[in-house]
Design a protein around this ligand. Structure first.
Ligand code: ZN
Length: 602
């Protein structure tokens, strides 16, 4: 368990605008910020972030919450993990003991194993002259070794024994893909006599390892398989360092050695996709840090095909991509060694815009004079153009494709818009949820509205008047929180009134922490807080609260009376006149109370 005070510290150290702007392009809009919603596909900005209330809310899909729920959704983490991530971001220490009692989940444990393994690999590099010599011969400086945390895995299975002596279970060590189970029982190290390239996530946690042989033996590279801490194609190698230099652009290479060579040569804004093509997840990850990327893939056919696929993903993510070509070497490492960094810089500066590169590849791939091939190629490029969110980019790309293919703009336009009609309207529309509560009728909507007014009251100067009014009136009418049909509104209103009655200073913050694990509640609270009631007078809000209470009471009584009526009928059938008399009495009592209380509602 992380203590609530700690969570509160972390929350106040994690300004929602600061944190979200690492993920979204936030634009100032009055006292709030707006962005395109990351949780549903949209072309207009209906995602609102409030720095005053420290919440976000999407008017399109109803998503909403605080900084913790955002990180949970965006990073695919649970609550505790999201809290930890933000703690790390703001430099707040959470002692390990505070976890051991609670859920210290698998992913965290595997990262802990990886950290122990990384220490072991780094110590072994220091102890092994042959490995150090190999690294030096590759032109890698000590500074780069430290920056990339390179290590060396010695022969044998020393790591397995070490991890066991640290108390990690064999099951978990195998899950971390550091060691494997041997045929005769016991485990052995996966990486032996290899240079180790740790794959660190953007928070510098080692999530996986790559390992290269020191000679020409095969396989040249071994990479960690997927583990609970690592999904292939979701991390970018060295993004943890490159993101600090990513303001202008990021260079994307294929492999470890390319990224390391470029970094060493002074191109510190370099990350590697660690695969033949940059994935959509990697493109979206990159978008958090930069608007522009250069694809620096090998000059062979596989490299060019990778640039097409990776470039498509960058294009869809809205990143301005360029493709760098460098004749005379097979990869950037070799090029820089042969011709120097200065020369490589010139290659980057003269990169071909990705869209032109893409069209050119299509033109080269077939007989463009053949109308059938031309038709296929034009449709392919149109389907790519349709993926751009920006109408300006779509327009410019249509113009460019028209010019390069020698096809009138109108035809490409039609292909592009044909795509558009299919995608957002037929495929995407059904996924869009209506804002929560829109389907509710009658009593539940009154319960909802009442809770919303209670929450909104905290943003107002007349909060004391309003909250006292609400609690008094509710009790006077005999409406308990348990009477609510909707458990969510019941729980939120109950907690709100309780915290207020206890004199809690920051009710909104406490509410969000107390409901921290309940995303529906957090979304509801945020949606409520996103309303602006500044123009409503105190009396108006009191009247609306009364109206809600009256509707809840009315419905409650109607239900109760209907129940009694059914019981009376049943008792009459059974000729149990004592019970009939009893029920009629109850019914009259309710009607009496109702007529008395009705006066309070006038
Ligand atoms: Zn949305």
């Amino acid at each position: 368990m992380i203590p609530p005070e700690k969570i509160e510290d972390i929350k106040s150290a994690s300004d929602i605008v600061e944190v979200l702007s690492e993920y979204l392009e936030l634009k100032k809009s009055g006292s709030n910020f707006k962005a395109r919603c990351p949780f549903h596909g949209e072309k207009t900005a209906s995602f609102m972030v409030s720095p005053d209330k420290q919440i976000y809310h999407c008017f399109g899909c109803g998503a909403g919450g605080n900084v913790f729920t955002f990180i949970q959704k965006q990073e695919n983490l649970n609550f505790v993990e999201a809290v930890r991530l933000l703690a790390r971001r703001s430099g707040i220490q959470i002692e390990e003991q505070q976890y051991t009692g609670g859920k210290f989940d698998e992913r965290e444990k595997i990262i802990a194993i990886n950290k122990a393994a990384l220490d072991y690999f780094r110590e072994n590099l220091e102890k092994n002259p042959a490995a150090k010599e190999y690294i030096k011969a590759r032109g890698i400086s000590q500074e780069t070794v430290d920056e990339f945390m390179l290590g060396y895995a010695p022969p044998g299975s020393g790591l397995f024994g070490l991890l066991k002596s640290k108390g990690y279970s064999e099951e978990l060590i195998y899950k971390a893909w550091i060691c494997k189970k041997g045929d005769t029982g016991g485990g052995y190290d996966v990486f032996r006599n290899r240079i180790i390239f740790p794959i660190l996530n953007v928070y510098n946690d080692p999530v996986a390892f790559g390992a290269r042989v020191l000679d020409d033996s095969l396989p040249k590279y071994i990479n960690s398989a997927e583990t609970p801490a690592y999904s292939k194609g979701k991390n970018l190698y060295n993004l943890n360092n490159a993101r600090k230099h990513a303001a202008g652009s990021v260079n994307i290479t294929e492999g470890y050695m390319d990224a390391i060579a470029m970094y060493t040569a002074g191109f510190k804004n370099t990350a590697a996709s660690l695969g033949t093509a940059l994935t959509p997840d990697q493109a979206r990850l990159l978008k958090r840090y930069t608007q522009k990327a250069y694809l620096i893939y090998d000059m062979d056919e596989a490299g060019k095909a990778g640039a097409v696929r990776g470039g498509d993903n960058l294009f869809e993510a809205g990143i301005d991509a360029g493709v760098v070509s460098f004749e005379g070497a097979k990869d950037p490492d070799e090029f820089i060694k042969k011709f120097g960094a200065e020369e490589f810089k010139k290659r980057i500066d003269s990169a071909v815009p990705f869209f032109d590169f893409r069209v050119q590849r299509l033109i080269e791939a077939g007989d463009i004079k053949n109308p059938y091939y031309k038709e296929t190629a034009a449709r392919e490029i149109a389907s790519l153009i349709a993926k751009a969110d920006s109408p300006v980019i779509r327009r410019e790309c249509v113009k460019r494709a028209s010019l390069l293919f020698d096809i009138p703009e109108g035809i490409i336009d039609r292909y592009v818009s044909g795509k558009e009609k299919q995608e957002p309207e037929i495929i995407k529309a059904p996924e869009e949820k209506k804002p929560a509560g829109m389907k509710e009728k009658g009593r539940e909507s009154a319960e909802r509205l009442l809770t919303v007014y209670a929450l909104c009251a905290f943003e107002r100067d007349d909060r004391d008047v309003l909250l006292r009014h609400l609690t008094n009136k509710r009790e006077l009418l005999g409406i308990a929180h348990d009477d609510f049909l909707n458990a969510l509104y019941s729980a939120v209103l109950k907690k709100t009134e309780e915290l207020y009655a206890l004199g809690e200073k920051n009710v909104m913050s406490r509410l969000q922490i107390d409901f921290g694990q309940d995303n529906d509640a957090i979304a509801f609270i945020s949606e409520a807080l996103s309303r602006d009631t500044a123009k409503s007078a105190t009396e108006d809000i009191k009247n609306m609260m009364d109206d809600c209470l009256a509707r809840i009471l009315g419905d409650k009584v109607t239900v109760k009376l209907a129940e009694l009526q059914a019981k009376i009928k049943q008792a009459e059938l059974e000729k149990d006149f004592d019970r009939v008399t009893q029920y009629i009495k109850e019914k009259q009592e309710i009607q009496n109370i109702l007529s008395q209380r009705g006066e309070h509602l006038e």
